[in-house]
Design a protein around this ligand. Structure first.
Ligand code: DQA
Length: 145
């Protein structure tokens, strides 16, 4: 089975983007971490990033055919996108939302995520380790049904 790992806007600049908040690891580092976590959990990892809301929506729609579960860091779209929320609601498998930073310790506008009301689990503030937790959780949910 495949887990789709989706990353939203500005995460392409991970490592150089506000490292005091998001750390020094790059998105390529996160991709490697996810591949290793997928190997360990028995899941194929399809890792993607986009700065475009519609592209993310399209990938979530395609996942209905191509993925068993989704790990998503919607980045800023967490707080704004009904379209990503709606797309995730048409996906039947497990969905885990990941935020590198603890969004609840930051500005008030980051405290609400549209995606959280669809997500089976939400991981925030665990750094890039959150992606590994997300993949492990998807594997566990797929195993138990
Ligand atoms: C983020 C938190 C969001 O509020 C922010 O817009 C991001 C990254 C995180 O991983 O901590 O781009 O999702």
């Amino acid at each position: 089975p495949t887990v789709l790992v989706l990353n939203g806007p500005n995460l392409n600049l991970l490592g150089t983007r506000q490292p005091e908040i998001y750390g020094a690891e790059t998105l390529a580092d996160v991709e490697r971490l996810c591949a290793a976590a997928g190997d360990a959990a028995g899941l194929e990892v399809d890792f993607r990033q986009s700065n475009h809301e519609g592209e993310l929506v399209g990938w979530i729609q395609q996942a209905r055919q191509s993925a068993a579960g989704i790990v998503i860091n919607p980045a800023a779209y967490s707080h704004t996108s009904v379209a990503i929320f709606d797309a995730l609601n048409m996906f039947d498998g497990p969905v885990v939302e990941v935020h590198i930073s603890n969004i609840h310790r930051r500005e008030a506008f980051r405290h609400h995520s549209f995606v959280s009301s669809r997500a089976d689990a939400v991981i925030a503030g665990a750094g890039t380790q959150g992606y590994r937790f997300g993949i492990e959780r998807v594997a566990a949910l797929l195993a138990t049904g």
